[in-house]
Design a protein around this ligand. Structure first.
Ligand SMILES: [Zn+2]
Ligand SMILES: [Zn+2]
Length: 88
């Protein structure tokens, strides 16, 4: 069981649930957060899988975390919403 926090971009309203560290250990194994440079989404990819975007299949993924990372849509800082989500 892992705890993800929800982050929101105040500028464009984009929301994402992520571990503040940018990676986590779940039932499916270790997962990393990436920003896809093709479709500008934050995606989670298991460490055991090929680092390709699950949404568009592009391999242009850069490691991302919500503390240092910025909104993939408009490059503004993401804010914590205070919502915590449980994932397994
Ligand atoms: Zn934004
Ligand atoms: Zn993509």
């Amino acid at each position: 069981m892992a705890e993800y926090k929800q982050y929101k971009c105040e500028s464009c309203g984009y929301t994402v649930a992520a571990n503040p560290k940018g990676h986590d250990v779940t039932m499916r194994g270790e997962v990393y957060s990436y920003m896809c440079e093709e479709c500008h989404e934050i995606v989670c990819v298991p460490a055991s899988k090929k680092t390709a975007c699950p949404k568009c299949g592009a391999e242009k993924l850069v490691k991302w975390n919500p503390v240092k990372g910025r909104c993939p849509k408009c490059n503004k800082k993401m804010q914590e919403t205070g919502i915590v989500l449980m994932v397994d």
